[in-house]
Design a protein around this ligand. Structure first.
Ligand code: HMG
Ligand code: MG
Length: 298
C-alpha cells in the first residue's frame, strides 16, 4: 500500500554543495535557495554552521541565512555539530537545526573528530538548548548501511544511536546511506527491524545514488511506511569525509517518480527545473539527475 503524499527535505544547498570544490558565490547560493523556495518545497537545509576549515564551501552560512528571502511556511534548516555552531545558527534565526553523527566509529571520528561516546553529551546539550530556543531539531545518523572504512554496519548500532537521539528530544530522524551502498532487500530487512524501535512518522530516509539504487530504495521504503525523504536537486553532492559519497538522490528524479505514480509531493516540476538549470549554470559541470540529463539534451 503506497502513501498518498510524501514530504521531501531539500538538502542540496548543504549536502549538495559541501562536496563541491569550486567555490560557489554567496549571491548565487542565495539566488538558488530563493528559486527553491518558489518550487513548492516546504523544507530547505540551506547550509552548515561547522568549522570553515573542515567545509570551506559553507563558510558563508551566516551571509546565506541573512541574504535569502524566507517564504512563510517553509522550514529553513542548518546543520550544526556543536554548541558553537548552534549559537551561530540561532543568531541567524534559523527555524530548525540538524545534529549529526555516524553509526560507524571511524566515520564519526573522521567527520566530527570525536568518538561516538564523546559525541552524545555534545549533541545532548545542543538538542536541549535548541529546544529551549524554540527550534525544532533533526538528527542525522550517517553510514547506516555501510561505511567507507568499516564496511557493513550492524543494524543494532543504528538502533542504538537512533534511540539515543530520540531520547535527547529530536523531532525527526534522518537515516543516511552516506556512500550509496544500500540495496532494496537490505533496506527492506532493516526497516522491518527498525519499525519496532522508532516511530516511522518521525523518520526520513536519506539515500545516495552512487550505485544507482536510490529510487529503488525509496520504493521499498514507501512500501514499508516511510513518507519522508531527503534529496538534493540535480543529484548534487556527497560527504567529504566519505569517499565515493557522490550523488545524493536527486530531488527532481524523486519528484518525477512520485508524481508519475500519483503520489503528491506539493512540488512544481517546472519550477524545480528552473532552480536546477540555475545552479547547473553556476557549477562547471552537468548535473547528474535523469531529469537534468533529459533537459540538457533537448
Ligand atoms: P575540532 O577541531 O575537534 O573542534 O572540530 P574543537 O571543538 O576542538 O575546536 C577547535 C576550533 O574550532 C576552535 O577554534 C573552535 O572555536 C572552532 P580556536 O579556539 O582553535 O580558534 N570551532 C568552530 N568554528 C566554527 N563553527 C563551529 C566550530 N566548532 C568549533 N561549529 C568540528 C570539530 C565538529 C567543529 C569539526 O570536525 C567540523 O566542523 N566538522 C564538520 C564536518 C562536516 O560538516 N561534515 C559533513 C556533514 S555530515 C554528512 O555529510 C552526513 C549527512 O549528510 C548524512 C548522510 O549523507 O548520510 C548528514
Ligand atoms: Mg548525504
Amino acid at each position: 500500500e503506497m502513501p498518498e503524499k510524501v514530504t521531501i527535505r531539500e538538502v542540496g544547498p548543504r549536502d549538495g554543495l559541501q562536496n563541491e570544490e569550486e567555490k560557489i558565490a554567496t549571491e548565487d547560493k542565495i539566488d538558488w535557495i530563493n528559486l527553491l523556495s518558489q518550487s513548492g518545497l516546504d523544507y530547505i537545509e540551506f547550509s552548515s554552521f561547522v568549522h570553515p576549515k573542515w567545509i570551506p564551501q559553507l563558510k558563508d552560512a551566516r551571509e546565506v541565512a541573512e541574504g535569502i528571502t524566507r517564504t512563510p511556511g517553509i522550514t529553513y534548516a542548518a546543520l550544526v555539530p556543536n554548541k558553537k555552531g548552534l549559537e551561530n545558527a540561532i543568531d541567524t534565526d534559523v527555524d530548525e537545526v540538524s545534529v549529526f553523527m555516524s553509526a560507524s566509529e571511524t566515520h564519526n571520528k573522521k567527520n566530527i573528530n570525536k568518538t561516538i561516546e564523546e559525541t552524545y553529551p555534545v549533541l545532548e546539550e545542543v538538542v536541549s538548548e535548541a529546544k529551549a530556543a524554540g527550534k525544532t531539531v533533526r538528527g542525522y545518523v550517517s553510514t547506516v548501511f555501510g561505511c567507507p572504512y568499516e564496511g557493513k554496519i550492524a543494524p543494532s548500532h543504528v538502533f542504538e544511536v537512533s534511540t539515543r537521539l530520540f531520547q535527547m528530544g529530536i523531532d525527526e530522524l534522518s537515516l543516511g546511506d552516506t556512500i550509496g551502498v544500500a540495496n532494496p532487500k537490505q533496506v527492506d530487512e532493516f526497516l522491518k527491524q527498525m519499525e519496532e524501535n522508532v516511530p516511522f512518522s518521525k523518520v526520513a530516509m536519506h539515500f545516495h545514488n552512487t550505485s544507482g539504487m536510490a529510487l529503488a530504495n525509496v520504493l521499498i521504503s514507501l512500501e514499508r511506511g516511510i513518507t519522508k525523504f531527503d534529496a538534493a536537486l540535480g543529484g548534487l553532492g556527497g560527504c567529504p569525509y566519505a569517499d565515493g559519497a557522490s550523488g545524493n538522490l536527486a530531488t527532481d528524479d524523486l519528484v518525477h517518480m512520485l508524481e508519475e505514480m500519483g503520489i503528491e509531493t506539493g512540488v512544481n516540476q517546472e519550477k524545480l527545473a528552473e532552480a536546477a538549470t540555475f545552479i547547473q549554470s553556476r557549477i562547471s559541470k552537468e548535473l547528474p539527475s535523469h531529469q537534468m540529463q533529459i533537459r540538457n539534451r533537448q
